[in-house]
Design a protein around this ligand. Structure first.
Ligand code: B12
Ligand code: SF4
Length: 471
């Protein structure tokens, strides 16, 4: 069958150009790994696949119509996070308007938790795939129009009713999956733009590799359980093989390991690092992890094998908030790990969240002060957002704190979407702005902003910054 997999046109990304940290210091265009994994899995079963990444191609609706008309797919599959769900629905509409018999399928974190609601809201979508998509979509193609009741992990319409089949388990042996279908993407277009990230990766061409799936932790703001709560890891040898392809075929010399927590296992981390050196891969790389999965030994080992930067979710400078988030570590632990990382020569990027229901001015400043004390290279401040699939979403629902279910507003950086009894919306936006500004307005950073604007001729970025400041 002919299957077209589409990453939607994203209003969110067009607007995110205005975000201080992202646009100037850390802006990266990622390949849509989920679609590339599904693509290679379907190709292996002899289906004809085309991936359309509207984001990287800067496509508008007319472009998508043209692509669909040209390829004339039997099935269109779209991916969606919460923030881009309406953009994904639009793609399904375009597909149905082209051919009402084309089966439209949607997958990703948002619809995994909002399957029924998504089908109720959008009549152009035929099937929601919940959780991991590779096997489920293949089964759906095999049974194009019959016996959908046998396919685990889908929600669909049957005789006018919405039916949810049983959940599907997760793929245990990740090495059994074919590598992502990079050949279906314009790999040369995925790049890093932000000033600091460009400096760190030293102008090299960049790619993302997912070395494990599932996160064993339970942070209350996070919607990570789409890929399960048990950590499943690829073997180091399998990962190295993929990196070699990215390096030799696509010229990629810097790799971001996209895992939620790359260093869950010290032993596996060491083995990957050993192989990177042993095989003389000549790459640099970066990853995300938790402060409590990070030791001096890990810091030194990863740095020696080419790791230049590590992202940590610090989240707050208030212990009570860390406990509310169920982070399971202390402020002291956070300080200690950041020191270790810096001492090993790693760039530290730290995430923080403000705008908890119990937040007030004093607590927010405590977080900002803590961020300054840690002094990471980049601090990214977000508003607490009740993402479907997270514990915070359930809590906010139960306590009637949700202000809007316009999902396009769930972007964690602009308008608040939950009530905070001790703060007005305007105050929260002001604090978020102050948090970012107080962090970025340093002489060296201002110089960076200026250089970036001049070197990339990014007047749009400047205009968006000014708009953000004036808000
Ligand atoms: C890399 C990443 C990004 C990249 C995305 C780049 C890209 N082009 O894909 C960047 C940095 C840009 C990004 C931005 C954001 N992200 Co993000 N991101 C991730 C991360 C770490 C990995 C995503 C990934 O590739 N996973 C690997 C693939 C294999 O898994 P997957 O996407 O879930 O896909 C599987 C299934 O979901 C399913 N599936 C997915 N799509 C489809 C489609 C079809 C047709 C089918 C059948 C199945 C299917 O099958 C796939 C394979 O098994 C996840 C965390 C995570 N663990 O997933 C967060 C995550 C997706 N991001 C999240 C968030 C909140 C954001 C931001 C809002 C953050 C911010 N404030 O800026 C923005 C929103 C961007 C947007 N447009 O929506 C949330 C989404 C929660 C939600 N309810 O939607 C996640 C889950 C993090 C979290 N734990 O809460 N992100
Ligand atoms: S924030 Fe990170 S560690 Fe916590 S549950 Fe989400 S992915 Fe896991």
């Amino acid at each position: 069958m002919k299957v077209m997999l589409i990453y939607p046109i994203s209003k969110f990304f067009k607007e995110s150009v205005s975000l201080v940290g992202y646009s100037l210091y850390y802006r990266v265009d990622y390949p849509p790994i989920a679609l590339a994994y599904i693509g290679s899995y379907l190709e292996k079963a002899n289906h004809k696949v085309k991936i359309v990444d509207c984001l990287i191609e800067k496509y508008d609706e007319d472009d998508v119509k043209r692509e669909i008309k040209h390829f004339d797919p039997d099935v269109v599959g779209v991916t969606a996070n919460t923030q881009i769900i309406y953009d994904a629905m639009k793609i399904a509409q375009i597909a149905k308007e082209h051919n009402p018999n084309c089966i439209t399928v949607i997958g990703g974190p948002h619809v995994t938790y909002m399957a029924k609601e998504t089908l109720e809201e959008c009549s152009f979508i035929d099937v929601v795939v919940r959780g991991e998509g590779e096997i489920t979509l293949l089964e759906l193609l095999d049974k194009k129009s019959s016996n959908w009741n046998e396919i685990k992990g889908i929600t669909y319409r049957l005789n006018g009713k919405i039916v949810s089949n049983a959940d599907r388990g997760f793929i245990d042996d990740l090495d059994s999956l074919p590598f992502p279908a990079y050949h279906l993407l314009s790999m040369d277009k995925y790049k890093a733009y932000g000033h600091l990230i460009k400096e760190w990766i030293n102008g090299k061409s960049f790619a993302g590799v997912l070395t494990s799936r599932g996160c064993p932790y339970n942070c209350t703001f996070c919607a990570s359980k789409t890929l399960g709560k048990s950590w499943r890891a690829r073997s180091p040898e399998n990962i190295i093989e993929e990196i070699k392809i990215l390096r030799d075929k696509y010229g990629k010399k810097d790799i971001e390991f996209l895992d939620d927590t790359f260093t869950v296992s010290e032993k596996r981390t060491e083995r990957i690092c050993k192989l990177i050196k042993q095989e003389d891969l000549d790459i640099s790389w970066f990853c995300s992890t938790r402060v409590d999965c990070f030791t001096k030994k890990i810091a030194e080992t990863i740095h020696k094998s080419g790791c230049h930067s590590v992202f940590f979710g610090i989240e707050s400078g208030v212990q009570e908030n860390l406990d509310f988030f169920n982070k399971g570590f202390t402020l002291e632990k956070a300080e200690q790990s950041i020191k270790i990382a810096k001492k090993a020569g790693l760039n530290v990027i730290a995430y923080f969240i403000i705008g908890l229901p119990q937040d007030n001015k004093k607590k927010i400043w405590q977080t900002i002060k803590f961020a300054k004390k840690l002094n990471p290279k980049i601090a990214l401040f977000n508003q607490l957002t009740p993402l479907p699939g997270s514990k915070v979403y359930e809590m906010a629902e139960e306590n009637n704190l949700i202000l809007t279910k316009d999902w396009s507003k769930y972007i964690t950086m602009y308008d608040p979407v939950i009530k905070i009894p001790g703060l007005t919306n305007d105050e929260l936006i002001k604090y978020l702005k102050n948090a970012n500004l107080s962090f970025y307005i340093k002489p060296s950073y201002v110089l960076n902003i200026f250089t970036e604007i001049v070197s990339t001729n990014s007047l749009k970025i400047l205009r968006n910054h000014l708009k953000l400041l004036a808000k």
